[in-house]
Design a protein around this ligand. Structure first.
Ligand code: IVH
Length: 692
């Protein structure tokens, strides 16, 4: 494999990862999605494709390994006793067939095991912990490991029993909190009457209603709950998913009545079609069907890959569509100068949500789909705010429909906007960028917004709105200005305290929040600079590796043309040429260096802490060779990966352990030659068993 291919893939991966994290934050942190589920799914699919092709990209903090969902910080944290996983998606009948085949192969079965098919409820999942039959805590999913403790809110739901009899001494019961469509419509009507903002869809309404600090508000909202899974259980009480659902029902939970046992792929797909045909008429929103291996012993053996169980799969419904008219096309200028076209649409309702914008991605997309102003278009969304245009209805094209001419200059600063030539791919970049750099107010402002954003400096009380205001007033033009604001405010004629929206206390709080971030972790500072390709995970790699800002900056400044410094960058596991080049380019600009010097006078980033994992194989590279007797090869690999190890197909100096079964040949020999540790299948099982 050419190194260049990997580099190109890595750059694309990084952009995708950043994008996915951004959407995760919008979706889970703010209950306000920016793109359609379908678009989100395709970003994730592409990320997975890249990781499958280039396994080195699947780093530990890849969004592919994480269950999305940051916590809002409003509620205390709650650690799930067992992680709350997400579900892998199937979109076609073929995907379902492949899933069943994979399950059979993993388990080494000749006949198909029974599957349970349940509707996939479009709400938010909750984890309920019962001890000795009493509900003791309830939490949101959060990032899968840690959610928000919303016990008191969950207790207000009629569908959640406070006491259950005949259950194991300790049991986590999981399910979906949702709002019925009728209740949602009535709630929105009440919201409007009260002059409050309506919710975009029942899912957002359920999330917003549940995460209320005032429990009385939650109690007054029509929330419901379907139970569908367990987390930790102290004693076995069921042998199958079907049994679990029966017991849930006996304990007083609602379980979805559209649940079926399926003994063939045809039966699974038939049930999916049946549910799909009833979808619009159902009282609640669903976005697909979940298939689960029924037998719990099989589920246990199948285990999970990063964020998904191997024993379950969500078969998604196609996105909802509607037709409308493109009234205009506008350009938004982002932090990196990217010009992104957005279609302004005649407002139309798609699946209960009013839509008036669609993203057009880039100029080629407009040409490819031949989208003109005045065109009738088919748009699609699935639980989103900004949907996408699927196609133009050419038969309805008006004579005066105007082809859109993509600007060659930045609409904000007037600088030339160009499409860079990518030397590696030999192709023109899809994105046109403003060349205005620091003179472009749109870029400068977006960069400042990025600098203070949640994953960057995360300054309380200093968000996008305040940055826009301070920038417009000329108070903050670059990051250092944020930290000198307090000093300058003391002698200013236009004091912040006198500005609209600010008071004495809020200004004092703002300065305290700013001062508190003078010592934020180094990785946050590096991320906050907004260097291309340097997302959260690369920032962390750089911070861990260099330890101090000075060292990072010095090497970055020297690396142009200096092989040793460049080699130092590239020797960081996970940092490739695209990232190194972007960092070097950033430090090659005098104005960046000057702005950084001013910033560094104000702040002292703190070095990173090392992460520790307790498994003996974490971070090690394992090779399995020969035949295994007690598990399939897939199962063995899965175990290793779940313990934080890397699995490789070939033995090299970088290999740490070779697990060799009978019939092992050249790989075992090579391991012995290289002095790599080798062990038998039983030794491997003994080593890892305590950590599984
Ligand atoms: S089972 C380990 N069953 O879908 C499997 N999930 O995309 C855990 N969901 O987080 C999930 N209906 O919020 C399961 N019948 C159902 C579901 C369901 C909706 C949600 C749940 C989960 C998400 C995964």
């Amino acid at each position: 494999m050419a190194r260049e291919d990997l580099e190109i893939a890595k750059a694309e991966w990084q952009e995708l990862a950043n994008e996915i994290r951004k959407h995760d934050e919008a979706y889970y942190g703010e209950d306000a999605p920016h793109i359609s589920d379908a678009d989100y799914d395709s970003l994730r699919q592409r990320l997975l494709q890249l990781e499958q092709k280039f396994p080195s990209l699947a780093v530990a903090d890849s969004p592919s390994r994480k269950v999305s969902g940051a916590s809002s910080g409003r509620f205390p944290k709650s650690h799930h006793k067992q992680p709350m996983l997400s579900l892998d998606n199937a979109f076609t009948d073929g995907d379902v067939q492949d899933f069943v085949k994979r399950v059979m192969k993993f388990l080494g079965l000749d006949t198909m095991p029974v599957f349970i098919a349940e509707p996939k409820i479009d709400g938010l999942s909750a984890n309920l912990l019962y001890r000795d039959g009493k509900l003791v805590s309830g939490a949101t999913r959060g990032d899968g490991q840690v959610g928000e403790d919303i016990t008191e809110n969950l207790k207000t739901l009629d569908d959640i029993p406070l006491d259950i009899t005949g259950a194991p001494a300790e049991i986590e019961i999981r399910g979906e909190v949702y709002m019925e469509k009728n209740d949602f419509a009535a709630l929105n009507k009440r919201q409007l009457e009260k002059g409050e903002k309506p919710f975009a869809n029942p899912r957002n309404a359920a999330a917003g209603s549940l995460r209320q600090l005032d429990v009385a508000i939650t109690k007054a909202r029509p929330l419901r709950f379907f139970a569908y899974a367990t987390g930790v259980v102290s004693d076995d009480f069921a042998e199958s998913q079907w049994d679990i659902l029966q017991r849930f029902s006996q304990w007083g939970f609602q379980v979805n009545p559209l649940t079926r046992k399926c003994k063939s792929v045809e039966a699974m797909i038939a049930h999916y079609r049946e549910i799909e045909s009833q979808r619009a008429a159902l009282p609640f929103d669903i976005d697909g069907v979940v298939y689960k291996v029924d037998d719990l012993a099989f589920q246990h053996r199948l285990g999970a890959v990063s964020r998904f169980p191997r024993w379950a799969m969500a078969h998604k419904f196609p996105a909802e569509k509607a037709t409308t008219i493109v009234q205009d096309i506008e350009i938004q200028v982002g932090r990196t100068g990217a010009l992104t076209p957005v279609a302004r649409l005649e407002p139309v309702t798609v699946g209960g949500v009013v839509v008036s914008n669609a993203t057009l991605h880039n100029e080629d997309e407009i040409v490819r789909k031949d989208i003109r102003i005045g065109d009738s278009v088919v748009i699609q969304r699935a639980g989103d705010v900004i949907p996408q245009i699927v196609e133009v209805i050419k038969s309805k094209r008006a004579k005066n429909a105007k082809a859109y001419i993509f600007p060659k200059t930045c609409p904000v600063c007037g600088s030339a906007a160009v499409r860079e030539h990518n030397a590696k791919t030999g192709k023109e970049d899809a994105v046109r960028r403003c060349t205005g750099g620091l003179v472009c107010p749109a870029q400068a402002m977006e960069r400042l917004k990025h600098f203070v954003s949640r994953k960057a400096l995360d300054i309380d009380g200093l968000g996008a709105k305040q940055i826009e205001l301070f920038y417009a007033k000329g108070l903050v033009k670059e990051p250092a200005d944020i930290f000198t604001l307090e000093e300058r405010n003391k002698t200013s004629l236009a004091r912040l305290e006198n500005m609209e929206g600010f008071g004495k206390t809020s200004v004092a709080n703002l300065f305290a929040a700013i001062n508190a971030r003078r010592t934020a972790p180094l990785s946050r500072f590096i991320y906050a600079l907004g260097i291309r390709h340097v997302g959260e995970s690369n920032a962390r790699l750089l911070a861990r590796n260099f330890g101090s800002f000075e060292k990072f900056a010095n090497i970055a400044k020297c690396a142009r043309g200096d092989e040793e410094s460049m080699a130092e960058f590239l020797s960081i596991d996970g940092i490739g040429e695209a990232v190194a080049e972007a960092v070097i380019n950033f430090f090659a600009e005098d104005h960046n260096i000057e702005a950084l010097e001013r910033l560094m006078k104000e702040v002292s980033p703190t070095p990173e802490k090392e992460q520790k994992t307790d498994s003996p194989v974490a971070g090690k590279t394992i090779v399995f060779t020969g035949s295994l007797a007690q598990m399939t090869r897939d199962e063995a690999k899965a175990q290793a990966l779940s313990l934080g190890a890397k699995v490789s197909g070939s033995v090299s100096k970088k290999t740490d352990i070779v697990v060799a079964g009978p019939g092992a040949g050249s790989k075992l020999k090579k391991a012995e030659e290289l002095g790599v540790q080798t062990m038998s299948e039983s030794e491997w099982r003994e080593l890892v068993a305590p950590f599984l």
